[in-house]
Design a protein around this ligand. Structure first.
Ligand code: R5P
Length: 319
């Protein structure tokens, strides 16, 4: 087996390779003055089962084109199979026609991956289950939710005392007990995610925010909560953070409803535009994300903690 990486998230690809007791295999990505790219595989892959790691986060189109070229180059160079590890799948939110006249971008990119020769896709916390239905290429759908549940368990220590190891609860916090802790979906579409975490955490109660997003302007509003009372300590669980507006809006509503400490768990740190500033100022204690997308230094902020999914991916590859 050989592991290759595109340029979107080399640190994660290196970690995955290391967990498989391999080093990354070399490839060359040449960028021409006009922005076009030329991809060249620099190692013999004839008859090999190959892994190509490339999340398709922003710049989405650039990362997709690079991935298409990598898969094509691997197939032309004689690879027996190419498994594409796409920890973040760009365009997954455009999974159907929302308003007449729109393209279904998700279908386009999945069809192209199939056409260039991807045999299998390994993906992480998909936005909607529709992706699995749309993809003709077999798909392994992994999740960071068990990782998040473990972290939440560390925070909500049974008996309402601080975790033994330095945790993230505020130093003046009296601790959290099961009665005071609540899981939160920041929109109705995310309820299935909090349900998974709730199951792992012995049916921790959950609520869901009714969020509205203006499709034309992108502005987010939320006035109502469904599912019950808000506890003193709220754990928001989401698949991704893009502009940060969903988290900002949900946390403001949670504060209004009585939450005193709020922790955010989101798999994909897309962090577009000014997200890092919105998130650092948001009324939350800490924001946990994963390394499905590399967060550049200039987009990191004090409240951010990054958990790695390399182990989960390496285990799935071994299987
Ligand atoms: C929406 O349905 C998703 O689950 C996320 O809540 C959303 O994409 C986050 O986007 P933003 O950070 O731009 O509000």
């Amino acid at each position: 087996m050989k592991v290759f990486s595109g340029s979107a998230n080399t640190p994660l690809a290196e970690k995955i390779a290391a967990k498989l007791h391999l080093a990354l295999s070399p490839l060359e990505i040449h960028v021409f003055p006009d922005g076009e790219k030329r991809v060249r595989i620099l190692e013999d892959v004839v008859g090999e089962d190959v892994i190509a790691v490339q999340p398709t986060n922003p710049p989405v189109d650039t990362n997709y084109m690079e991935l298409f070229f990598i898969v094509d180059a691997l197939k032309r160079s004689g690879a027996r199979s190419v498994t594409v590890v796409m920890p973040y799948l760009g365009y997954q939110r455009q999974d159907h026609v929302f308003r007449s006249g729109e393209a279904v971008s998700l279908e386009v990119v999945l069809k192209t991956l199939e056409a260039v020769g991807a045999r299998k896709l390994i993906v992480f916390d998909l936005h909607s289950i529709k992706t699995e239905q749309v993809s003709k290429t077999p798909l392994i759908h992994l999740s960071a939710l068990p990782l998040f549940a473990e972290k939440i368990r560390e925070l909500v220590h049974p008996g309402g005392v601080h975790p033994a190891t330095p945790g993230v609860l505020r130093s003046d916090s009296p601790g959290v007990n099961d009665v005071e802790a609540i899981l939160v979906s920041p929109d109705m579409g995310g309820v299935r995610r909090v349900k998974v975490v709730s199951e792992i955490l012995s049916h921790m109660p959950f609520v869901a925010v009714e969020k509205q997003r203006d499709l034309a302007t992108g502005s987010v509003t939320a006035e109502r909560m469904h599912g019950g009372e808000v506890g003193r300590c709220a754990f928001i669980v989401d698949d991704m953070i893009s502009s940060g507006k969903t988290i900002e809006t949900a946390s403001n509503l949670l504060r209004e409803k009585g939450a005193e400490e709020i922790y955010v768990f989101a798999t994909h740190p897309v962090f577009s535009d000014d997200a890092q500033n919105i998130l650092q100022k948001a009324a939350v204690e800490k924001i946990f994300v994963t390394d499905t997308i590399e967060v550049p230094k200039e987009k990191q902020f004090e409240k951010l903690e990054i958990l790695s999914v390399a182990d989960t991916i390496a285990k799935a590859i071994k299987e």
